[in-house]
Write a protein that binds this ligand. Structure first.
Ligand code: CAP
Ligand code: MG
Length: 431
């Protein structure tokens, strides 16, 4: 008689286990089992399916493999709906973020016994962190290029998002830089379009940047969006570097970790700006997908120097606690949701970017909440100023300067007409 088979999803729970970040990943998942499924069974299936197990017994699964590669579920919190699993580092390929995602964010999300699943956090072993390149510039490198020490950086997104020609873009950039902005960027959906070819835009804008730097005596940067197939993106990045540019942008969700790691490995000597457009496809539902903190960790490992993380007060989702936790992590401090503190000392810190629905009055609460290691990006909040982009930029710069030194905004605006107008114009806007 044929004996009844047992799945290879068993033997992975030990609530007395003490994990060791030196040789294990510690992973937190929020879990909601499907109807009729037991929490512990689901927890074990998650551990098994993401490592050495499958739905049935395996004649090929040796004791030696089990001993070396078994994960261990060491926290099962049924009430709050989360589990923690320690995975041996050998289950990963050092330096390969795509593999990490197939491993910890793979099949388990499709299992029928799981109703909702969210990858909340991975605490990485130091050996894995050190196997990744991380940001080439980071916060200090960015500040050094711009020669700005003691204030938040003033950013701008050219608006409209798409539609301007290269010459019009350069003209808007001129006005905005002259008004006092430090960092100007392409929008996420502008790459090389029929009305605005990439190379043409780079030439026009960089010619203007040189002129502005001469006229103002300040350093300025423009963030060119190189998003596309990776060979095209690399060609564009090299073009920017050749023409004297300093920063390129990748839409990280659209391009993926493989592309970002590849671009970073090319040692281009360019700051990498990470736009997170599309992240809400998997971060927005609090019970499903992946947390924004995870996206930030992967970005830092991959080599993003400056990353959009949310504004709290702007037009996009993101609570104060969430944005603060992410920014603290990027800037080095471990956020309080970490169970054991990872050691990221080997990789440069990342500059967080607040963007989306911002106008000058919002610089104050933002800096109070998030500190001055921050790029504050204004799009509509500069180009929508009733007196135009240059005045809008001046108002934004004044507001960021005031907030960076803790000066009351209203008083600061008394002899700064552009700021005064902006405060009045957008006074009822709380996105
Ligand atoms: C902002 C923006 C940014 C988003 C990104 C936009 O423009 O250019 O891409 O804010 O969001 O297209 O909406 P406005 P996040 O300043 O005119 O709103 O940083 O949250 O990823
Ligand atoms: Mg945008």
């Amino acid at each position: 008689m044929v004996k009844k088979f047992k799945s290879s999803y068993s033997g992975f729970i030990n609530l007395n286990y003490r994990p060791d970040l030196k040789k294990e990943f510690i992973v937190t998942y929020s879990v909601r089992p499907s109807r009729g499924q037991k929490f512990f069974t689901v927890a074990e299936a998650i551990a098994g399916e993401s490592s050495i197990g499958t739905w049935t017994h395996l004649e090929t699964l040796s004791l030696s493999v089990k001993n070396r590669l078994s994960p261990c579920v060491f926290v099962v919190d049924k009430k709050r709906g989360f589990i923690k699993i320690a995975y041996p580092i050998m289950l990963s390929e050092l330096g390969n973020l795509s593999q990490v995602l197939s491993f910890l964010g793979g099949n388990i999300f499709s299992m029928k016994i799981v109703d909702r699943l969210r990858l909340e956090d991975i605490e990485f072993p130091k050996k894995f962190i050190d196997s990744c390149l991380g940001p080439a510039f980071g916060i200090q490198g960015i500040r050094k290029i711009l020669k700005i020490k003691n204030r938040a950086l003033v950013g701008n997104i050219i608006k409209p998002k798409v539609g301007l020609s290269p010459s019009q873009t350069a003209q808007v950039a001129y006005d905005t830089w002259m008004g006092g902005v430090d960092v100007i960027k392409d929008d996420e959906n502008l790459t090389s379009m029929v009305f605005n070819k990439f190379e043409h835009r780079v030439k026009k804008v960089l010619a203007v940047r040189r002129k502005v730097e001469k006229e103002t005596g300040e350093k300025k940067v423009f963030v060119f969006n190189i998003t596309g197939p990776v060979d095209v993106a690399l060609k564009r990045a090299k073009y920017v570097k050749n023409k004297g540019g300093r920063v390129v942008m990748v839409d990280i969700v659209a391009m993926g970790w493989s592309a970002i790691q590849y671009l970073r490995s090319q040692k281009l000597g360019l700051i990498l700006h990470g736009h997170r457009a599309g992240h809400s496809m998997f971060t927005k539902d609090p019970n499903q997908g992946m947390s924004m903190l995870m996206l930030a960790k992967l970005s830092r490992l991959a080599g993003i120097d400056q990353l959009h993380t949310g504004t709290v007060v702007g037009k996009m989702e993101g609570t104060a606690h969430e944005v603060d936790t992410i920014n603290d992590f990027l800037k080095e401090d471990a956020g309080e949701i970490n169970y054991l503190r990872e050691d990221w000392s080997g990789l440069n810190p990342v500059m967080p970017i607040a963007s989306g629905g911002l106008h000058p009055a919002l610089a104050e609460p933002l800096i109070k909440m998030l500190g001055i290691d921050l790029i504050i990006n204004f799009g509509g909040g500069i180009h929508g100023h009733p007196q135009g982009s240059r005045a809008g930029a001046k108002a934004a710069r004044d507001a960021v300067e005031a907030a960076s030194i803790g000066a009351p905004l209203k008083k600061y605006s008394e002899d700064r007409p552009e700021l005064k107008i902006a405060l009045e114009y957008w006074k009822d806007v709380r996105n």
